[in-house]
Design a protein. Sequence first.
Length: 225
Amino acid sequence: MDKNYLAQQYNSKKTLFIKGSRKYDTKSITIFHEYINKFDIQGKKVLDMGCGDGSDLLIIQKQGADVFGIDSSAEMIHEAQKLFSTEKFSTCDFTQTPFPNHYFDIVVSKWAFQTASDIQSIYKEVIRITNDNARFIFLVAHPIRQFIEKTVSPKDYYQQEIVKSVLFDGTLVVEEPSHTFQEYFSPIFLSRFQILEYAEINDTGTERINGDIYPSFFIIHSAKK
Protein backbone atom coordinates (compact mmCIF):
# COMPACT_ATOMS: atom_id res chain seq x y z
CA MET A 1 0.00 0.00 0.00
CA ASP A 2 1.25 3.50 -0.87
CA LYS A 3 2.67 5.17 2.24
CA ASN A 4 1.05 8.46 1.18
CA TYR A 5 -2.37 6.86 0.92
CA LEU A 6 -3.40 7.15 4.55
CA ALA A 7 -2.20 10.72 4.84
CA GLN A 8 -4.31 11.65 1.84
CA GLN A 9 -7.27 9.70 3.21
CA TYR A 10 -7.40 11.50 6.54
CA ASN A 11 -6.54 14.88 5.03
CA SER A 12 -9.76 14.80 3.05
CA LYS A 13 -11.83 13.36 5.93
CA LYS A 14 -10.36 15.40 8.77
CA THR A 15 -13.55 17.18 9.85
CA LEU A 16 -15.71 14.04 9.73
CA PHE A 17 -13.13 12.09 11.73
CA ILE A 18 -12.70 14.72 14.45
CA LYS A 19 -16.44 15.28 14.90
CA GLY A 20 -17.27 11.57 14.76
CA SER A 21 -14.54 10.60 17.21
CA ARG A 22 -15.74 13.10 19.80
CA LYS A 23 -19.31 11.84 19.49
CA TYR A 24 -18.88 8.06 19.11
CA ASP A 25 -15.45 7.15 20.52
CA THR A 26 -16.08 8.19 24.12
CA LYS A 27 -15.59 4.64 25.41
CA SER A 28 -12.21 4.08 23.77
CA ILE A 29 -11.06 7.57 24.75
CA THR A 30 -12.05 6.98 28.39
CA ILE A 31 -10.34 3.57 28.58
CA PHE A 32 -7.23 4.92 26.84
CA HIS A 33 -6.78 7.64 29.45
CA GLU A 34 -7.65 5.30 32.32
CA TYR A 35 -4.65 3.18 31.31
CA ILE A 36 -2.37 6.23 31.11
CA ASN A 37 -3.60 7.57 34.45
CA LYS A 38 -2.55 4.44 36.33
CA PHE A 39 0.99 5.75 36.80
CA ASP A 40 2.65 9.12 37.38
CA ILE A 41 3.38 10.99 34.15
CA GLN A 42 4.45 14.27 35.75
CA GLY A 43 7.58 15.52 34.02
CA LYS A 44 7.69 12.55 31.62
CA LYS A 45 8.32 12.89 27.89
CA VAL A 46 5.29 11.43 26.11
CA LEU A 47 4.95 10.74 22.38
CA ASP A 48 1.56 10.10 20.77
CA MET A 49 2.01 8.15 17.52
CA GLY A 50 -1.02 9.07 15.45
CA CYS A 51 -1.92 12.09 17.55
CA GLY A 52 -4.65 13.36 15.24
CA ASP A 53 -5.85 16.80 16.27
CA GLY A 54 -3.93 16.60 19.58
CA SER A 55 -6.97 16.31 21.86
CA ASP A 56 -5.55 13.30 23.75
CA LEU A 57 -2.23 15.05 24.32
CA LEU A 58 -4.02 18.11 25.63
CA ILE A 59 -5.41 15.92 28.44
CA ILE A 60 -2.00 14.32 29.05
CA GLN A 61 -0.26 17.71 29.14
CA LYS A 62 -2.60 18.91 31.89
CA GLN A 63 -1.16 16.12 34.06
CA GLY A 64 2.31 17.65 33.83
CA ALA A 65 3.80 15.65 30.95
CA ASP A 66 6.05 17.05 28.22
CA VAL A 67 4.10 16.06 25.11
CA PHE A 68 5.03 15.41 21.48
CA GLY A 69 2.95 14.17 18.56
CA ILE A 70 3.34 12.68 15.10
CA ASP A 71 0.77 11.78 12.47
CA SER A 72 0.76 10.70 8.82
CA SER A 73 -1.82 13.37 8.05
CA ALA A 74 -0.51 16.91 7.55
CA GLU A 75 -4.01 18.28 8.09
CA MET A 76 -4.30 16.56 11.47
CA ILE A 77 -0.90 17.91 12.53
CA HIS A 78 -2.03 21.38 11.48
CA GLU A 79 -4.97 21.05 13.88
CA ALA A 80 -2.68 19.85 16.69
CA GLN A 81 -0.30 22.75 16.15
CA LYS A 82 -3.13 25.13 16.90
CA LEU A 83 -3.11 23.79 20.47
CA PHE A 84 0.62 23.30 21.06
CA SER A 85 4.09 24.53 20.26
CA THR A 86 4.59 23.72 16.58
CA GLU A 87 8.09 22.25 16.87
CA LYS A 88 6.82 19.36 18.99
CA PHE A 89 4.49 18.08 16.27
CA SER A 90 5.44 16.71 12.89
CA THR A 91 4.07 14.81 9.92
CA CYS A 92 6.01 11.58 9.47
CA ASP A 93 5.86 7.83 9.07
CA PHE A 94 5.64 5.88 12.34
CA THR A 95 8.68 3.86 11.31
CA GLN A 96 10.93 6.87 10.75
CA THR A 97 10.51 9.51 13.42
CA PRO A 98 12.76 12.57 13.90
CA PHE A 99 13.63 11.82 17.53
CA PRO A 100 16.97 10.71 19.03
CA ASN A 101 17.59 7.33 20.64
CA HIS A 102 16.15 6.69 24.13
CA TYR A 103 14.31 10.02 24.18
CA PHE A 104 10.84 9.13 25.51
CA ASP A 105 9.56 7.83 28.83
CA ILE A 106 6.15 6.92 27.40
CA VAL A 107 4.81 6.17 23.93
CA VAL A 108 1.05 5.99 23.40
CA SER A 109 -1.14 5.43 20.37
CA LYS A 110 -4.90 5.17 19.78
CA TRP A 111 -6.63 3.95 16.62
CA ALA A 112 -3.44 4.39 14.59
CA PHE A 113 -1.16 1.34 14.27
CA GLN A 114 -3.72 -0.65 12.28
CA THR A 115 -3.40 1.92 9.49
CA ALA A 116 0.17 0.73 8.82
CA SER A 117 0.97 -2.39 6.80
CA ASP A 118 4.16 -3.17 8.76
CA ILE A 119 3.66 -3.34 12.54
CA GLN A 120 7.14 -4.76 13.23
CA SER A 121 8.93 -1.69 11.87
CA ILE A 122 6.84 0.46 14.20
CA TYR A 123 7.91 -1.68 17.16
CA LYS A 124 11.57 -1.30 16.18
CA GLU A 125 11.20 2.46 16.10
CA VAL A 126 9.44 2.52 19.48
CA ILE A 127 12.29 0.45 20.92
CA ARG A 128 14.83 2.89 19.48
CA ILE A 129 13.27 6.09 20.79
CA THR A 130 12.30 4.88 24.29
CA ASN A 131 14.50 4.69 27.37
CA ASP A 132 14.86 1.76 29.74
CA ASN A 133 11.66 0.90 31.62
CA ALA A 134 9.57 3.10 29.31
CA ARG A 135 5.83 2.49 29.12
CA PHE A 136 4.17 1.61 25.81
CA ILE A 137 0.37 1.83 25.55
CA PHE A 138 -1.52 1.31 22.34
CA LEU A 139 -5.13 0.78 21.25
CA VAL A 140 -5.91 -0.69 17.82
CA ALA A 141 -8.71 -2.16 15.75
CA HIS A 142 -9.30 -5.76 16.79
CA PRO A 143 -8.13 -8.40 14.25
CA ILE A 144 -11.43 -10.26 14.61
CA ARG A 145 -13.31 -7.13 13.63
CA GLN A 146 -11.09 -6.65 10.61
CA PHE A 147 -11.61 -10.29 9.61
CA ILE A 148 -15.39 -9.86 9.79
CA GLU A 149 -15.14 -6.69 7.70
CA LYS A 150 -13.42 -8.52 4.84
CA THR A 151 -15.70 -8.79 1.82
CA VAL A 152 -13.89 -11.44 -0.22
CA SER A 153 -15.16 -15.03 -0.13
CA PRO A 154 -13.84 -17.24 1.27
CA LYS A 155 -12.24 -15.00 3.89
CA ASP A 156 -8.59 -15.57 4.76
CA TYR A 157 -7.64 -14.36 8.25
CA TYR A 158 -3.92 -14.67 7.48
CA GLN A 159 -3.92 -12.70 4.23
CA GLN A 160 -3.36 -8.97 4.67
CA GLU A 161 -6.06 -7.14 2.72
CA ILE A 162 -7.44 -3.63 2.66
CA VAL A 163 -10.72 -3.59 4.57
CA LYS A 164 -13.32 -0.85 4.61
CA SER A 165 -14.42 0.10 8.11
CA VAL A 166 -17.74 1.92 8.43
CA LEU A 167 -17.57 4.33 11.36
CA PHE A 168 -19.80 6.73 13.26
CA ASP A 169 -23.23 5.50 12.12
CA GLY A 170 -22.09 5.37 8.51
CA THR A 171 -20.87 8.95 8.30
CA LEU A 172 -17.27 7.90 7.62
CA VAL A 173 -15.61 5.01 5.78
CA VAL A 174 -11.86 4.39 6.14
CA GLU A 175 -9.63 1.84 4.47
CA GLU A 176 -7.03 -0.02 6.52
CA PRO A 177 -4.84 -3.11 6.08
CA SER A 178 -5.97 -6.13 8.09
CA HIS A 179 -3.71 -7.63 10.75
CA THR A 180 -3.41 -10.80 12.84
CA PHE A 181 -2.75 -11.29 16.53
CA GLN A 182 0.58 -12.84 15.57
CA GLU A 183 1.65 -9.48 14.13
CA TYR A 184 0.82 -7.60 17.31
CA PHE A 185 2.15 -10.25 19.71
CA SER A 186 5.29 -10.88 17.69
CA PRO A 187 8.73 -12.04 18.88
CA ILE A 188 9.99 -8.47 18.51
CA PHE A 189 7.28 -7.13 20.80
CA LEU A 190 7.38 -9.95 23.37
CA SER A 191 11.17 -9.93 23.61
CA ARG A 192 11.36 -6.22 24.45
CA PHE A 193 8.10 -5.46 26.27
CA GLN A 194 6.35 -6.98 29.27
CA ILE A 195 2.56 -6.94 29.04
CA LEU A 196 1.09 -5.40 32.19
CA GLU A 197 -2.54 -5.12 31.10
CA TYR A 198 -4.63 -6.23 28.15
CA ALA A 199 -8.33 -5.84 27.32
CA GLU A 200 -10.69 -6.49 24.39
CA ILE A 201 -13.56 -3.99 24.18
CA ASN A 202 -16.81 -3.65 22.24
CA ASP A 203 -17.30 0.02 21.30
CA THR A 204 -20.18 1.85 19.61
CA GLY A 205 -18.20 3.82 17.02
CA THR A 206 -17.84 0.98 14.51
CA GLU A 207 -20.31 -0.92 12.33
CA ARG A 208 -21.84 -4.09 13.80
CA ILE A 209 -22.05 -6.46 10.85
CA ASN A 210 -25.15 -8.70 10.98
CA GLY A 211 -25.76 -7.44 14.51
CA ASP A 212 -23.04 -9.76 15.85
CA ILE A 213 -21.26 -8.92 19.09
CA TYR A 214 -17.47 -8.88 18.83
CA PRO A 215 -14.66 -6.63 20.07
CA SER A 216 -14.03 -3.37 18.25
CA PHE A 217 -10.55 -2.86 19.65
CA PHE A 218 -7.95 -4.11 22.06
CA ILE A 219 -5.61 -2.13 24.29
CA ILE A 220 -2.20 -3.08 25.70
CA HIS A 221 -0.24 -1.49 28.52
CA SER A 222 3.37 -2.70 28.48
CA ALA A 223 6.76 -1.84 29.97
CA LYS A 224 10.04 -1.96 28.09
CA LYS A 225 12.37 -4.70 29.30
